[in-house]
Ligand binder design. Structure first.
Ligand code: FAD
Length: 327
């Protein structure tokens, strides 16, 4: 397993790649987007920036705690202590971490020193003379890999696995992820004394004053908000256009905060995540999967519990399994 290709530059794929490289493998990471980090993402507007994917994360496993301590030291992560209403504040028993100056910093820090090729969408994986060959959407190919790691959301992994690991593809079919509409907006008005809320009823599942997170751009009195819909509302409005979604969620947000209306300082933006997190109630796997005879592995939060920490651990564990087979 000397030459490994990792599909997907989210935290799971990057962590797997970094660990393999440290273990002596030659690693290439292929990512379909323009940047790294996957759902640990930051959207920029002319005015400001918003974390429109993962909102914050916790660290419970000592391996992830050690990683986060390094990131706290290099400044790519900080603790966020939002002002919360009494009910929500009572449920918080551990620090909430965020990437700084945006959530995408965590992925960028993990990508340092790796050969990551962006804007490359892997379409097909095939075996040629005992090695893997990958075919991209743009018609290019890469070959000669001893192992391939698929580190993408479950539904996106299924077509890649269908030919060589149909049982895994079938297993992932039983592990669906929920969609999530997210709206980003800025206001001059402060709207509320709190920085985050988790209504989980009606249209809104979560809202946050993004500008209350540490290290965000100087807001000079402006308030930047991220409002995320519940999975049920998103599912019911999956094909609604972005403007319609923004209007509906901002109305619901005003209702939630008990204000008459939300007056944006610039046009709100909406983003539809087709795969945000594992559906509640779906049984997760204890570990990522690796098949030695094929040199094929899968990892990512979609196998675990759809938390940033689980994505990290999943990538780490898969790399360790591959290295153990190689030695
Ligand atoms: C709206 C939302 C809110 C969330 N809130 C939280 C939260 O508050 N706390 C928390 O802990 N977690 C949260 N999460 C979950 C968290 O973001 C994920 O657990 C974690 O980021 C997943 O990392 P990953 O590497 O497994 O997958 P991803 O980050 O999805 O990375 C997979 C990468 O693979 C790429 N890719 C896909 N297909 C291909 C292909 N064919 N070729 C090449 N590249 C491909 C994708 O572009 C992506 O960059 C949230 C997620 C969303 C969407």
């Amino acid at each position: 397993m000397r030459r490994v290709v990792v599909v997907g530059a989210g935290l799971a794929g990057l962590t797997c790649a970094k660990t393999l490289q440290a273990g002596g493998c030659e690693v290439v990471v292929l990512e379909k987007s323009r940047g790294v980090g996957g759902r640990l993402s930051t959207r920029r507007s002319d005015l400001t920036q918003y974390d429109h994917g993962a909102q914050y994360f916790t660290a419970r496993d000592e391996r992830f705690i050690a990683f986060i301590n390094d990131r706290l030291a290099d400044g790519s992560v900080a603790v966020w202590a939002p002002r919360l209403d009494v009910k929500l504040a009572q449920t918080i028993t551990e620090p909430w971490y965020v990437g700084t100056p945006g959530m995408s910093s965590l992925g960028r820090a993990q990508a340092i020193g790796l050969d990551v090729r962006t804007e490359v969408r892997v379409q097909l994986m095939s075996r040629r003379e005992g090695h893997w060959q990958l075919a991209m959407e743009d018609g290019s190919t890469l070959d000669g890999f001893d192992a391939v790691v698929v580190a993408v959301p479950n539904a996106q992994a299924m077509p890649l696995l269908a030919e060589h690991a149909p049982d895994w593809a079938k297993m992932l079919e039983q592990m669906p992820m929920e969609p999530c509409w997210t709206v980003m907006v800025s206001t001059q008005a402060s709207l509320t004394e709190f920085d985050a809320g988790l209504p989980r009823t009606g249209a809104i599942g979560w809202w946050a004053r993004n500008s209350s997170k540490p290290g965000r751009p100087e807001s000079s009195g402006r308030h930047d908000w991220v409002v995320q819909a519940t999975a049920a509302w998103t599912q019911a409005n999956l094909d609604t256009d972005k403007a319609g979604v923004a209007q509906a969620l901002l109305q619901a947000f005003a209702l939630e905060l008990g204000v008459e209306s939300i007056e944006p300082t610039c046009p709100p933006m909406a983003h539809r995540w087709l795969y945000s997190r594992l559906k509640p109630g779906v049984a997760a796997l204890a570990e990522p999967c690796f098949r030695t005879e094929l040199g094929l592995g899968i990892c990512g939060d979609g196998l675990a519990h759809s938390r940033v920490e689980q994505a990290y651990l999943s990538g780490l564990q898969l790399a360790q399994a591959i290295l153990a087979q190689s030695n």
